[in-house]
Write a protein of this length. Structure first.
Length: 370
C-alpha cells in the first residue's frame, strides 16, 4: 500500500490495497570474570500469507492494545510506515462519529490508549484513480504485535487511530478494512505538533552487535492459502553478514523533509523496446497489479498484454525481471501526467522470489534474489 506523496515535497514520488513482532533481546551478564558483551540473536517474527483467489495479501497480527486483548490482522506493508488502526471495537462506540472522536481537552485516556486532539488525513493509492482517504488522530499505547506463534510488546507506540476510511469512489469502507502495518522508515503521517508515526520496528532494540532494521525472506507462492499460512519470514536485527557478505544489493535511501526515508529507488525500466528512468517502490501492499509510470505512456492506464517482458534495473545494479501472463505479473502502464504519480510500483509478486532488507541505522534498502 503506497502512501500518496505531495509532488512538491518529493520530486521523485507521488500509493492501494487492504486486508509479528518484537521479542526480547538477549544480553549476557558474566559475574566474576568481567562483563563480556555477547552478540544478540536476531528475533524471528511471522506474517500470514493469504490467497483469496482474487488477490494475495500478507497480514500481521495485533493481539493487544492498551489494556485490551484484541485480534486484528493488518496488511503487512513495505510501501508505507506506521501502524494505522480502526477505532471500532477499540474505543467505546459512543466516542466515535463520522466527524471524529468525542472527547474534551488536548487528550484523553481510554483502556490504556491515549487519544490526542492531533488530527490528520492520510491518502493511499497507486495513482489518482485508486486513492483512498483515512481520517483519524494521533494516539499512543502499549501494542502487542503478534500472537501465540510469537509476539512482543512495544511500549507507548505512536500510531494513527482512525474513525473513518473512504475509498476512491467516496464509499465508506467497513470497519478495519484499512488497517495497515507499515514497515518502512518513512513518516506515514505527520501532525501539527511535529509528531509523526513510522514503522513500529523502529522502536525495537535488536540487542548487542546487531544493527537496527529487519530483513524479510521470500514468501513463495506455495506459502499462500485461503485460511492463511503462518510464515516466519521477518528477522529483526541485522548482522554484519546481512550488511556485507550475504548477497544483498544495497541502495541508499534519501531523506525528505516531513516524509522521512522513503523506500523509493531510481531505476531503469525496460518493456516493449522502451527504456526510461523512474523511481521504483517494491510494495507488499499492492496486488494483483504492478503500475509502470512511463513518461511517454498512454493517457489512460493500459494493461499490458500477455508475454511482455519487463525489467527493472536499479542504479545499484539489482535487476528484477518478469513476463506478463493472463494471471500473473499483471501490469498497468500509465502516464505520470495523468496518473498523478511519478513512482513505478512493483507489487507483492516481487516478494515471491526476492528477499528484502531495511537498515534503519544507515538508511539503506537491500534486495536479494532468493
Amino acid at each position: 500500500m503506497k502512501k500518496r506523496y505531495t509532488i512538491t515535497n518529493l520530486s521523485l514520488i507521488s500509493g492501494l490495497l487492504f486486508l509479528l513482532i518484537f521479542a526480547s533481546c538477549k544480553k549476557n551478564n558474566n559475574k566474576g570474570g568481567g562483563n563480556t558483551p555477547v552478540t544478540a540473536t536476531p528475533t524471528t517474527l511471522g506474517v500470514y500469507a493469504v490467497d483469496s483467489a482474487i488477490y494475495k495479501v500478507l497480514l500481521m497480527n495485533i493481539s493487544g492494545i492498551g489494556t485490551q486483548s484484541v485480534n486484528y490482522d493488518l496488511v503487512y506493508d513495505t510501501g508505507s510506515g506506521g501502524l494505522v488502526l480502526d477505532a471500532s471495537g477499540v474505543l467505546p462506540a459512543s466516542m466515535i462519529s463520522s466527524g471524529g472522536f468525542t472527547f474534551s481537552g488536548d487528550s484523553t485516556v481510554v483502556d490504556g490508549i491515549t487519544i490526542t486532539n492531533q488530527t490528520n488525513i492520510v491518502e493511499y493509492g497507486d495513482d489518482a484513480n485508486t486513492t483512498d482517504k483515512v481520517y483519524g488522530n494521533l494516539a499512543y499505547a502499549d501494542v502487542k504485535i503478534g500472537d501465540i506463534n510469537g509476539n512482543i510488546t512495544v511500549k507507548h507506540l505512536p500510531f494513527f487511530l482512525y474513525y473513518k476510511a473512504i475509498d476512491s469512489k467516496g464509499n465508506k469502507l467497513p470497519a478495519h478494512d484499512f488497517d495497515v502495518f507499515g514497515v518502512s522508515q518513512e513518516y506515514d503521517i505527520t501532525f501539527s505538533n511535529n509528531a509523526f508515526i513510522t514503522t513500529p520496528f523502529q522502536y525495537f532494540d535488536p540487542g548487542t552487535g546487531l544493527t537496527k532494521g529487519f530483513k524479510m525472506a521470500a514468501v513463495p507462492q506455495s506459502s499462500y492459502s485461503y485460511q492463511g499460512t503462518y510464515v516466519p519470514a521477518i528477522s529483526l536485527g541485522l548482522t554484519s553478514d546481512d550488511l556485507s557478505s550475504n548477497g544483498f544489493t544495497m541502495s541508499q535511501l534519501n531523506f525528505y523533509q516531513g516524509e522521512g526515508y522513503v523506500p523509493i529507488i531510481q531505476a531503469t525500466i525496460n518493456y516493449n523496446g522502451k527504456s526510461f528512468q523512474s523511481g521504483v517502490l517494491f510494495d507488499t501492499g499492492t496486488e494483483p497489479y504492478n503500475y509502470i509510470e512511463d513518461p511517454t505512456g498512454p493517457a489512460t492506464a493500459t494493461l499490458l498484454g500477455n508475454g511482455v517482458s519487463v525489467s527493472t534495473t536499479l542504479n545499484s545494479g539489482f535487476n528484477y525481471s518478469f513476463t506478463t501472463s493472463a494471471t500473473d505479473y499483471l501490469s498497468y502502464v500509465e502516464n505520470p501526467t495523468n496518473s498523478g504519480s511519478n513512482t513505478t510500483v512493483m507489487g507483492l509478486e516481487f516478494f515471491l522470489t526476492n528477499e528484502y532488507l531495511l537498515d534503519f541505522t544507515n538508511h539503506k534498502m537491500g534486495l536479494k534474489k532468493d
